[in-house]
Design a protein around this ligand. Structure first.
Ligand code: NDP
Length: 338
């Protein structure tokens, strides 16, 4: 079983006299910077002069350009989006690195797949929250904290894990537990969960029930639109995946544990999952994703457009308008627009 680190295993002293530069002030950057400051850590923010920088200044931080923050920081938290990180690292961060600095990532992807190769004289580590930024801040303020994965990829100073755990403590993660992992494992688990087809199954379930004559609104409410599903996942977090079934009817317990298996080709699903894992671990996915971005999202844009005009989305738009959940259409995100 993986080692889990708690508050007593971590010491904020390892950050004393050091400057932590939070590079990127978005979902994670804002939450982690605020938590670290509340933990009495000396934090500066590195950001381009945009809305994020203004937000950081408004929150009372000293804000510098990414390049200046990278030069000034002893411990750098890389909290910019993974797909723009290699270029920002190469052009703005790497020139400012000094021997013995620590470079800490919140995701294993770029290091695991060789998109960023830090100099050997640096500590390279990961504190990857298993929590969205909003939750990182809120659970810190509530005192509960949140889980994260921690790893050291390169220990140039012999103190890399001490610094990593100090960051995990400063952002509030060792209150709940920071679990030992690796960059590669974090990246694989993350990508596999995204690519194993969970969302697509919901679309297929919708299609099957509508084909069987059911009203799309009724199907949507059953599948996810009522919010019952989020209650179920919250119960799974607290009682366990199958433990939460005690909250369901007996018929549901029977269906979920007996009948569902009868129609599922588990060997075929295992074969497909192994193929997803092979696609990721071989590095083929990372190459595909690089190519996809170079092409201006040639595959993603039509796929996202098709989803927006799928009968399930159209039914959802109508239902959510009726229920006054939202009045506008769901649109392509700006970065994917024409
Ligand atoms: P965001 O999308 O919220 O963006 C982070 C910040 O980076 C924003 O302030 C953005 O500024 C800035 N930024 C964008 N492009 C550049 C650039 N080229 N140079 C410098 N700054 C730039 O990122 P997240 O917080 O979601 O993700 C940060 C890291 O945390 C990633 O490694 C991610 O995998 C990891 N992570 C994220 C989680 C999450 O809940 N979101 C959970 C766990 C880990 P602007 O907005 O002005 O463009």
């Amino acid at each position: 079983m993986a080692r889990i680190y708690f508050d007593q295993d971590a010491d904020l002293e390892h950050l004393e006299g050091r400057t932590v530069a939070v590079i990127g002030y978005g979902n994670q950057g804002q939450a982690q910077a605020l938590n670290l400051r509340d933990s009495s850590v000396n934090v500066i923010v590195g950001s381009p002069p945009d809305a994020s920088a203004r937000q950081a200044e408004g929150d009372g931080f000293e804000v510098r350009s990414v390049a200046e923050a990278a030069r000034a920081g002893d411990v750098l938290l890389m909290l910019i989006p993974d797909d723009v990180m290699p270029a920002a690292y190469r052009d703005q961060v790497q020139p400012g690195l000094r021997e013995g600095d620590a470079l800490i990532f919140a995701s294993g992807y770029n290091v695991a797949f060789g998109r960023i190769v830090p100099p050997s004289a640096m500590d390279v580590a990961m504190v990857a929250p298993r929590m969205i930024g909003k939750g990182v801040r809120e659970t810190f303020l509530e005192g509960r904290g949140f889980p994260s994965l921690v790893a050291v990829e390169q220990d140039a100073t012999g103190r890399a894990m001490d610094v990593t755990l100090a960051i995990a403590k400063g952002i509030g993660s060792t209150r709940m537990g920071a679990i030992h992992s690796s960059f590669r494992e974090e990246a694989l688990v993350d990508l596999f969960t995204e690519q194993s087809g969970g969302l697509q199954l919901y679309r297929l379930m919708f299609e099957a029930l509508v084909e069987a004559g059911c009203d799309p609104d009724v199907v949507l409410l059953e599948l996810y639109a009522s919010g019952e599903l989020s209650e179920m996942w919250a119960a799974a977090r607290d009682l366990g995946l199958f433990g939460q079934l005690r909250l369901h009817s007996r018929t549901s317990q029977y269906g979920q544990q007996v009948t569902s298996l009868r129609h599922l080709d588990a060997d075929e699903v295992r074969r497909q999952f192994r193929a997803v894992i092979e696609h990721i671990t071989s590095g083929t996915f990372a190459e595909e994703w690089d190519e996809e971005r170079r092409s201006g999202f040639a595959r993603l844009r039509p796929a996202a457009q098709a989803n927006l005009s799928h009968p399930m989305q159209l039914a959802e738009n109508r239902l959510y308008r009726e229920l006054r959940r939202r009045t506008d259409q769901v649109e392509l995100p700006e970065w994917l627009g024409d």
